[in-house]
Design a protein around this ligand. Sequence first.
Ligand code: FMN
Ligand code: SF4
Length: 664
Amino acid sequence: MAKQLFEWDYASYPGAKTYPHLFSPIEIGNLIVPNRIKYAATEDNLNQHDGFVTDADVEYMRRRAEGVVGGLCFMQGVYMDPARKGQGYVGQAAAWDDKYIPGLKKIADAIHSEKAVAGFQLMDCGRVGAVEVPVGHGPSAVPQRLRIFKPMAEMTNAEVKEMIQQHVDAAKRGAEAGFDVMEISGIVGYLISNFISKYTNRRTDEYGGDIRGRMQAVVEIIQGVKEAVGPDIPVGIRLCSEELLDDVGGNTPEESMESYKISEEAGVDYISCTLGWQESIFPVISRDIPQGNWLYLAKRAKEHVKVPVQMAYRIFLPQFPEEAISKGELDMWEICRSMIADPLMPKKVAEGREEEIRHCVACNLCLARLFRDAPMTCYISPVCAHEHDPAFFPTPVEDEDDKKEVMIVGAGPAGLECAYVAAQRGHDVHVYDKREEIGGTLNEASHAPYGDEELMTCVDFQKTMCEKYGVELHLGTEVTEELIEEEAPDTVILATGPVYKKVPGADENAKNIVNVLDVLSGKGSVGDKVVVWGNRKPGIGVALKLAKEGKKVTIVGEEKSAGFDINPSFKWRYMIYLRQNGVTAYNDCTIDEVGDGGIVVKTFDGHRFPVECDTIIVTEREANESLKSAVQSEGAELYVVGDALVPRNLSSAVHDGYRIGLRI
Ligand SMILES: Cc1cc2nc3c(=O)[nH]c(=O)nc-3n(C[C@H](O)[C@H](O)[C@H](O)COP(=O)(O)O)c2cc1C
Ligand code: SF4
């Protein structure tokens, strides 16, 4: 008889009417989960380097547990070997000894405190492991393709058996710590997937060979874990539905589906459908992949197994899983990055507050940080990974005398972020912008190709929050020294955006010099042979847009590598698109001369060469000094945020704005 751990009644939740399938119960093994929502396991590098759980991680998890409104909430995958070959992240939690149980229990308790179902994940990182030791382990010693990962040693038969036992023992510890569901992570190139793939498993013993042989270790783990935790704790597995490793001889989709069926036969209670490896040459979750793109794989999985199928992967909006579940093509909505960015995302869906969701922009900074041994950070969410620190949350200004008249100049992401936070705390906040619309330069930047329109979700969220907290907008109003004098604010925040640099050696008013914003908005006229001045993200975005329109584009920029300001986990996509679209980039270079029909480029070591062009597009920016002295002479408190301070990116704008909003 299946049992439900916590009572949930969604009758009063407006979202449950809009998304009835998402808020209907499901049986997973002998457990009833009250809805179809799951926070998928997420490393955060917040734990101690020796594997002990920290308060930071507990509070991170508590917030996500609140977000799933009664659904499944998984902690990060734990590593299970004392030799630490399976450890893929410096701050990954461990479970190779009973000494870890009390820390793990704190996470289970935190999840239960929000009446959510606590999930425990077993994750030996295999090829992606050995972060703190020189050599990793795997079924075979297949060399790494990505230089960031350690060399591999082949496991002996005895070591494979030991590894299986480590999974079983760790599962027992997870159960003792109070977790309700067990999950084996076989995704993206971790040890389980290494065993299953014919790319990385070349063994000749009983743990290699055809797909059945390559699944043998997985079958023994599933059976061992099930026996260890008993019938009340469901056991699931995350498995690749497509490895996307054809170029190196990975599994066929048929073999992957076979691995699903074998797992089901071995007794799993659900399967989480995943795809791609770290080593795949195809993108899977970056912003250039449309949302909902991969749901057909869940549908296919359901044609092969009877146990519930769960899936994440660029499913950021509830309508996708709602529809898929209603059609019988999916059973549960897994969420990872959308709940890194906004831990309460599904709760807001349930409460009919979708416009208050801070959407993930699929930039993969969170991942890039983990692979550089840094604690989790979110590009768009300043609170992420600081849930344990009250200093990161807005606190009301208690004393009436401390409440300030705040003038914010600029309704871009930095200004709006600062505005709602300051207003939430009780200040009287007025935002001015000479434009008639909010969003600042993001209005234009979001016209760059490969998914950048999703960046505007940041402004949509900020607009809602400004309305909620009573920020007053003064659009179409240029702030002058006189206006500052007239309004006499206590505090002025300059969020005026950057100033665009002048092209060296060029006539400022030359018709063939066009600002990037005019190009992106379609206002500027551009010839067929274009030089883009600046090799950061704005330069790359506009270069790709024009190249896709058929123009011959050359980038000239001072940074040593193009796109140095883009997260490495996403930058590789842009580099491929530049190549595919025939864009040439001269890095570590500047424009030395501008003449009729072209420019002269100067390299960092003084070489000069001509590049033909009929248009130069300016993307190089610098800090905006305007209004600073006016504010200072009025004696108001002054802050500068976002690109006006130092031209950077959307993330810096949001983080600057948020922090100053907390400080005023
Ligand atoms: C920062 C980060 C950490 C992750 N850690 C884990 C993990 O510990 N175990 C796991 O099975 N998957 C892990 N994943 C994969 C996610 O659970 C999820 O499958 C993937 O991000 C796709 O879903 P999304 O598009 O909702 O982000 C991680 C993903 C990210 C971005
Ligand atoms: S860092 Fe980027 S990809 Fe990761 S959750 Fe935040 S917005 Fe999404």
